[in-house]
Design a protein around this ligand. Structure first.
Ligand code: BG6
Length: 476
């Protein structure tokens, strides 16, 4: 048994996102959202990356988000399962298009508010603190078709209105907020990340960084609004984390890794430090990017976040010779394959020490409390003859990462909590599969939408319950 280094009140739980779990894609007055347009199968990537315009649904495609795991109708039972494990925090997102179906209406949809109010009240009844992402890979489609999504500055006001509505409607129920999930993913998966689709001949870097600027201003703006509405509110940014290692000790490789890290950390540098980092001017020059800023933006950006949240699945690796052919985007962000790491069924590296390294780097850089809001192993699960899922591989992955997090705490880093990704099986964001499972709870549904949606506890369910009950002491 390891020594418990987790502070009292450390938040233990799991995470979902509306777009991958709720389903009910047109129920309760909800509008179509970007993820609803992303099919499963061979056309998925083109749409996800913004390389193909998909503004209508195709009869012959399967869209996993439309029904997902039906959390929209089953959340009472699902939250009860999370409570049974002893969760003290539950992360999910609000689907923007449930609150503002088109995104630009003057008033919100009362059905959407009622749904989330009941969800958050349900959490509270079990003593579970909701941790809520305002935008997790979904933008109302009307904002995409009418305004070009985040390439348009008007999005700042639409988002601020939506966020204000949420802060007011759920005041007293929700105190931990995240603005944009994995904000840096906008660079790597522009349509799913930020509703961006590219026009022939335009500089995609210009579009992406201008959109990023709008999101950064919006994030700072709503951080200010959250604090105004209730000074108890705590707002975090959210990074798709994982440090880049240099492929070798060649200075050129070390520099390449530093540059790659900066590409992702650029966002958090702004959100946590309140201004564009010094290196950004040179990077924009090289990419021929000219950001259009309003006079007030520099002042708005000074509204920094209260804490830095991040996902961690694996570290990454870069060299000066990295190119399209020798790198792959196993984890959305392109990386060389690190030969020193074991890999998951989907080729994602497994690197618990990398978590400690990442956490130390982030705390050294930002000096703000950290919150690990996604971590987990996507794996295939099979029922054995006794009808059980014995997911020792998942337990072992989580155990090693919890140990690494404990080491980071022992290094002196304040860590607020830990929410494992996909605490109940859900739709994979990258591939749209259900067979890539992360949960403590199995959901009977396959990659094509077949199955009863029945929930079954896996072996890891009982293991995590012990972990939480012992405040991270009992990891066996
Ligand atoms: C993160 C996202 O990128 O990783 C989640 O915030 C996503 O939405 C998770 O589901 C795991 O990725 P995947 O592709 O295995 O679902």
């Amino acid at each position: 048994m390891s020594e418990s280094t987790f502070p009292e009140g450390f938040l233990w739980g799991g995470a979902l996102a509306a777009n991958q779990s709720e389903g009910g894609y047109l129920e309760g007055g909800k509008g179509l959202t970007t993820v609803d347009m992303i099919p499963h199968g061979s056309n998925r990537m083109k749409v996800k990356l913004g390389l193909e315009k998909r503004f209508t649904l195709h009869q012959d495609e399967f869209y996993p988000s439309h029904e997902a795991i039906d959390f929209y109708h089953r959340y009472h039972d699902d939250i009860a399962l999370m409570a049974e494990m002893g969760f003290t925090v539950f992360r999910t997102s609000i689907a923007w298009s449930r609150i503002y179906p088109n995104g630009d209406e003057p008033t919100p949809n009362p059905q959407g508010i009622a749904f989330y109010r009941d969800l958050f009240e349900t959490c509270r009844q079990y003593g579970i603190e909701p941790l809520v992402t305002l935008c997790h890979f979904d933008v109302p489609m009307h904002l995409v078709t009418e305004y070009g999504s985040w390439r348009n500055r008007k999005m700042i006001d639409f988002f601020a209105r939506y966020a204000r509505t949420c802060f007011e409607a759920f005041d007293g129920l929700v105190k931990y907020w995240l603005t944009f999930n994995e904000i840096n993913i906008l660079l790597h998966s522009p349509f799913s990340g930020a509703g961006l689709v590219f026009e022939e001949g335009e500089n995609p870097e210009q579009v992406k960084y201008q959109a990023a600027h709008h999101e950064l201003v919006a994030s700072a703006q709503v951080t200010r609004i959250a604090h105004e509405i209730n000074p108890e509110n705590q707002v975090g940014c959210m990074l798709a984390g994982g440090n880049f290692y240099p492929w070798s000790s060649k200075p050129e490789d070390v520099w390449a890794a530093l540059e790659k890290d900066r590409e992702n950390l650029f966002f958090i540098d702004v959100q946590a430090r309140g201004a564009y980092p010094s290196y950004s001017a040179r990077v924009f020059r090289e990419k021929d990017v000219k950001i259009v800023m309003a006079d007030e933006d520099a002042e708005i950006l000074k509204n920094t976040v209260d804490f830095v949240s991040f996902s961690y699945y694996a570290s990454r690796c870069a060299s000066a010779d990295m190119n399209e052919n020798n790198s792959s985007a196993a984890n959305v962000v392109k990386s060389l394959t690190n030969p020193h790491l074991k890999r998951s069924d989907w080729g994602w590296g497994i690197d618990p020490l990398g978590l400690r390294i990442t956490m130390n780097m982030m705390y050294d850089r930002y000096q703000k409390p950290l919150f690990l809001v996604e971590n987990g192993l996507g794996a295939r699960d099979e029922f054995n003859a006794d009808g059980e899922i014995v997911d020792d591989y998942r337990i072992s992955y989580l155990r090693e990462h919890i140990r690494a997090m404990a080491d980071a705490i022992a290094d002196g880093i304040p860590v607020m909590g830990y929410t494992t990704w996909g605490c109940i099986d859900l739709v994979a964001a990258s591939t749209g599969e259900m067979s890539k499972r992360y949960g403590f709870v199995h959901v009977d549904r396959d990659d094509h939408g077949n199955g009863t949606l029945l929930r079954t506890r896996k072996k890891s369910f009982w293991w995590y319950k012990k972990v939480i009950a012992s405040n991270g002491k009992d990891l066996d």
